[in-house]
Design a protein around this ligand. Sequence first.
Ligand SMILES: Cc1cc2nc3c(=O)[nH]c(=O)nc-3n(C[C@H](O)[C@H](O)[C@H](O)COP(=O)(O)OP(=O)(O)OC[C@H]3O[C@@H](n4cnc5c(N)ncnc54)[C@H](O)[C@@H]3O)c2cc1C
Length: 402
Amino acid sequence: MWWMRHDRMWTTRDLKGQYDVVIVGAGVHGLATAYYLAKHGITNVAVLDKGYLGGGASGRNTAIIRSNYRTPEGVTFYDESVKLYERMSVELGYNVFFSQQGHLSISHTESGISGLRVRAEVNKLMGVDSRVIDADEIKALVPSIDISKRQRYPILAALYHPPGGIIRHDAVVWAYAREADRMGISIFPFTEAVGIGTSNGRVTSVQTNRGTIQTGTVVNATAGWCSTVSKLVGLKLPVITHPLQAFVTEPLTPFLDHVIVSATLHVYVSQTDRGELVIGSEIDPYSSYSTRSTLPFLESTAAHTLELFPSLRHVRVLRQWAGSCDMTPDYSPIMGEVPQLKGFILDVGWGTYGFKAGPVAGKRIAELIATGKTPKILEPFSITRFSEDRLVGEKAAAAVSH
Ligand SMILES: Cc1cc2nc3c(=O)[nH]c(=O)nc-3n(C[C@H](O)[C@H](O)[C@H](O)COP(=O)(O)OP(=O)(O)OC[C@H]3O[C@@H](n4cnc5c(N)ncnc54)[C@H](O)[C@@H]3O)c2cc1C
């Protein structure tokens, strides 16, 4: 009987001396890429992780999925991912608990509202469901929110994005790992890439703490650590790693069935189907690889949560944590081949917003490897945009919202 089976989610295989593709990083991006490579029939692939699967940001994020970004390039890209997430449970045969409960980006100022209007118009133009609603409509959707005028920053309006929601992030990682493994991909936890060999302008090998692998293609999918892995080939990325923290409360009776974000108050809140509130903010203001959580973050974020939901004042915090985020200057990712080094492929710069992009990035990076051509949807995000002065500015839509 299927519910009594205790199959292992992925196999332990021997590390060989040669793979066609080596993916460094077994988060959602590395594993999604592996899964889609297998769909192209490319299975002589090793996915390496220096820790356990999903131990990076993929197992630490607050799992917000949405596509209501600001630029046409960003909206098109993230929308494809939302659609892939909608089909994921069925496609991978694993319930990833995608709850499209709707996403509200709240504004407390007139200038904030104009920013939301721009996003709503870009979204609509690209076929994404988003519109600006007033405080009464917000209250109708979220009865527990305080829209009174006595607040320091009274709520005026919100960008309402019905397809947005939350997902079970561990389930996504495990589902990709299980399916990739079944399709013949080799996954190696606790295997660190410590060097990358190159010759005549192309990648030739990856040195690991368990031996050397010959390969012509390396994917850097290491998010918070991506600068350190790129440094192995002498490439300096326009990326700075910052910590990002979050916390959950004790479980409460379900009362919140929308994701609420306030950039002014630097806070966002959602409720899981277990009843816990998941609460977060923007990146810590200093660069660091530390994943220690801090009291000032907890105090300020909790205080701002109470400005939206004063009725939560007696709720207790259950746990708090941090992850590492690879921030780019324009808050957009860097994807694709590096012009000066054949076979070195970037899937990085995921900052605070990369979990939602795992499926589309994996699918399109795999397509790039399988066909040798950069898919159109990836073109705006190439590393050359920084030297060509064509940034994809998403800070207004990505900073607190993730
Ligand atoms: C608190 C928090 C909240 C967030 N909330 C959201 C959100 O709501 N929505 C959203 O879309 N995004 C969110 N994010 C961002 C999102 O989690 C990340 O952008 C995304 O998970 C990156 O996935 P990844 O697979 O690229 O990297 P990761 O999951 O970080 O995986 C990278 C892996 O690379 C491995 N690695 C590093 N160096 C090496 C090496 N030398 N050799 C081998 N392995 C190596 C690491 O061990 C790690 O497992 C949040 C992040 C945090 C920290």
